[in-house]
Every structure is written in C-alpha cells, then in structure tokens.
Design a binder for this molecule. Structure first.
Ligand code: FES
Length: 114
C-alpha cells in the first residue's frame, strides 16, 4: 500500500538577505504527529540546512516553537500535522534564519521606535 503524503511548504530565509522563498517537502502523513516532529523528520531525512528551534519543553509551555502554521500563530509542538501546511516564522519577531526568530526583537515595537 502506498503511503499518503503531506505537502509541507516552509518559508526559507536568512537574516543577512532580503530574499526568501518557499521550499516544498513531501513527507509521509501521520495524523498523530505534531508539526515539530514533522520538522525534525524533514531535518533528519531531507534537509539538514533547515533551521528551527527544538529541545525545549515539547508540551506547549515555553513558547520557543511559536511559528505561523497555515496563517495562524501556533506552537508547533502541540499542533497536529495536516495534509497541507504552509509554515512561516512568527512575523512579530525578527527572523534569524528560516523558522528561527529573535524573541528579543519584536517587530511592531521596533517599528514604533522609528
Ligand atoms: S517546545 Fe515549548 S511550547 Fe513548543
């Protein structure tokens, strides 16, 4: 039996560049997985250059895995995998690389200071 695949689009970017683009990954769909586990699978099996935060609470408590998933700000460790996902860094923070943001820099505050 053929495995059902999920299509994951991740916004890839680097703080040193103004360029960004979506990279698409196809991974086996498993509804019991959370988004953080999906990112770990992509990192382990498809793309070692993908940057995201991990090794935190994994219980929805610390907020280190906050990102935008299908247009909504969510915690990746407690958000279930979906068959189609667009994953972007949390927009209120400055992007360091891919899904890693600088929690000490809030974009809206920075803009207000100018
Ligand atoms: S890892 Fe702590 S909230 Fe997701």
């Amino acid at each position: 039996m053929e495995k059902e695949l999920a299509v994951i689009k991740i916004l890839r970017q680097n703080a040193n560049s103004s360029e960004s683009s979506y990279e698409e990954y196809k991974v086996p769909f498993k509804k019991s997985k959370n988004v953080l586990q999906v990112l770990l699978d992509i990192y382990d099996y498809k793309d070692r250059s993908l940057a995201f935060r991990r090794n935190r609470c994994n219980r929805g408590m610390c907020g280190s895995c906050i990102m935008v998933i299908n247009g909504k700000v969510r915690r990746a460790c407690i958000t279930k995998m979906m068959k189609e996902m667009i994953i972007e860094p949390a927009k209120q923070y400055e992007c360091i690389k891919d899904l890693v943001t600088n929690f000490y820099t809030v974009n809206s505050l920075k803009n207000n200071e100018k």
